[in-house]
Design a binder for this molecule. Structure first.
Ligand code: GDP
Ligand code: ZN
Length: 458
């Protein structure tokens, strides 16, 4: 097992004022003790916090006042000895602390290395480790909540429950076959088995439906702003960026990435798309042709179509409406500070139920309504991440799809009255595929599990 001690700056989520240098490994406590002035950290109890000063031993100078947490293995995130040095200073003083830790023998942690250790030491399962990586990439609070939920093991628990249900079915059949004389165990019929697998099938389907939402949270909503020249597209872009700064997070072992093309609208991450220059395109059709524009626009999750209140609708406007017909569109009627020349009744006909917002972008008016409309479009009602488990990881989605296919096979077999021991091959395969999501190897033989479940063989 790896034993060297790693260190990195890790700032807790939502507590911007405090910065933390975290150390993990066998030498974490002795290293920190070398530049900490206060209690002897090697003698304090585990999971205690101590006030003291950080000194630079090479020049014998006080650098910073800090609070130091000492947490001994194994009850820590990495299951190694962990020391966290909390300081209120800015980036410069945190960097100084990190430098000192490195001078005293710690190694700079690689991105994700704390998490990797937690996984290798059995502290978290694979889906949780992946959640930490998602957390690092999360661009808004909502995306972060989803990752945190997964980190809590919510997805793991759900997957494990589904696996358990499948395993019970398989075990039941197995017992029926191996112990036909065993009357205590009722015969598993095709009907009962079908009922059980249907439940699991529904749950997997639901998870896959949620996956799309997860993708949006993680990667941002690809957003294109379109409209005729001079309607206010650039003004809209500027207003959105001005009002909603993208948030950035720091997680153990990572460096700060500033992603400028993201704006955070009420927790919804908008990724302002610039494919083929359509981020702000005066005449997309003329630029790349009808077919290509349709193609490009189709790749957007959201289209903001801007119209001019001060001008009559033109052929071009109508063409744009046609172009986005079956896409997610919010229409902005801009420049309402000027005289009305647009036919709003005609607009309402053309939008076919999509939201229409009136704005005066020059005064940043109407942005609240626009933001509300965006939030409503992407997080209507039940789609609050608060109470749902999202799957946002590509590997998980792949495995869920395979599991669903295997389960479909099994259910087809049951409906066709195939011998139950053949059907259960597909059920077992589903169980294995789900197991790969949480990183379970199939080390315990199925038979062992069967007997532990039914308490036979005593
Ligand atoms: P784009 O060509 O669609 O990107 O349009 P711009 O955002 O560059 O805006 C074109 C002109 O319209 C600029 O002079 C803006 O200041 C002006 N403009 C934008 N929004 C409004 C508005 O709400 N009211 C008025 N009166 N002018 C606006
Ligand atoms: Zn422009």
């Amino acid at each position: 097992m790896e034993t060297d001690t790693i260190a990195a700056i890790s700032t807790p989520i939502g507590e911007g004022a405090i910065a933390i240098v975290r150390l993990s490994g066998n030498e974490a406590i002795t290293i920190a003790n070398q530049f900490f002035q206060g209690r002897d950290l090697t003698k304090v109890d585990s999971h205690t916090i101590h006030y003291g000063k950080i000194i630079d031993p090479t020049i014998d100078q006080v650098v910073e006042e800090v609070m130091v947490s000492v947490m001994r293995a194994p009850k820590t995130f990495t299951r190694e000895d962990v020391v966290e040095i909390n300081c209120h200073g800015g980036l410069a003083s945190v960097n100084r602390l990190l430098e000192l830790a490195l001078q005293m023998g710690a190694r700079l942690a690689e991105p994700g290395e704390f998490t990797k250790r937690a996984f290798l030491n059995g502290r978290i399962d694979l889906s949780q480790a992946e959640a930490v990586m998602d957390l690092i990439r999360a661009k808004t609070d909502k995306a972060m909540n989803v990752a945190i939920k997964q980190l809590d093991g919510k997805l793991s628990k759900l997957i494990q429950r589904l696996r358990q249900e499948l395993l019970e079915t398989v075990a039941h059949v197995e017992v029926n076959i191996d112990y036909p004389e065993y009357d205590d165990v009722e015969q598993m019929s095709h009907d009962t088995m079908l009922l059980k697998t249907k439940e699991v099938h529904q749950e997997i389907e639901r998870l896959l439906q949620m996956a799309k939402q997860g993708k949006i949270l993680r990667e941002g909503i690809a957003t294109a702003i379109i409209g005729r020249p001079n309607v206010g597209k650039s003004s809209l872009l500027n207003a959105l960026v001005h009002e909603n700064k993208a948030i950035v997070t720091d997680i153990p072992g990572t460096t700060r990435d500033i992603i400028e093309e993201y704006v955070n609208v009420r927790g919804v991450p908008l990724r302002l798309v610039d494919t083929a220059g359509i981020r702000d395109t005066d005449d997309i059709v003329e630029k790349i042709g009808v077919e290509r524009s349709r193609q490009v626009l189709k790749e957007s999750d959201l289209i903001l179509l801007v119209l001019n209140y001060n001008q009559e609708l033109t052929e071009e406007d109508i063409q744009l409406f046609k172009l986005v017909e079956d896409l997610e569109v919010i229409v902005l009627v801009n420049k309402t500070d000027l005289a009305q020349k647009i036919d709003l009744e005609k607009v309402n006909e053309l939008v076919k139920g999509h939201p229409v917002i009136t704005t005066t972008l020059i005064e940043e008016k109407g942005l609240d309504e626009l933001e509300a409309a965006i939030a409503k479009t992407f997080f209507s009602g039940e789609l609050e991440p608060g109470d749902l488990t999202y799957v946002s990881n590509v590997r998980h989605i792949q495995l869920l799809k395979q599991a669903l296919a295997a389960l479909d096979e099994a259910m087809n077999g049951m409906e066709a009255n195939m011998p139950i021991d053949l059907v259960q091959i597909d059920v077992t395969r589903t169980w294995q595929l789900l197991g790969e999501i949480v990183g379970d190897t199939i080390r315990d033989s199925l038979i062992d599990q069967l007997f532990s479940q039914f308490c036979l063989g005593k």
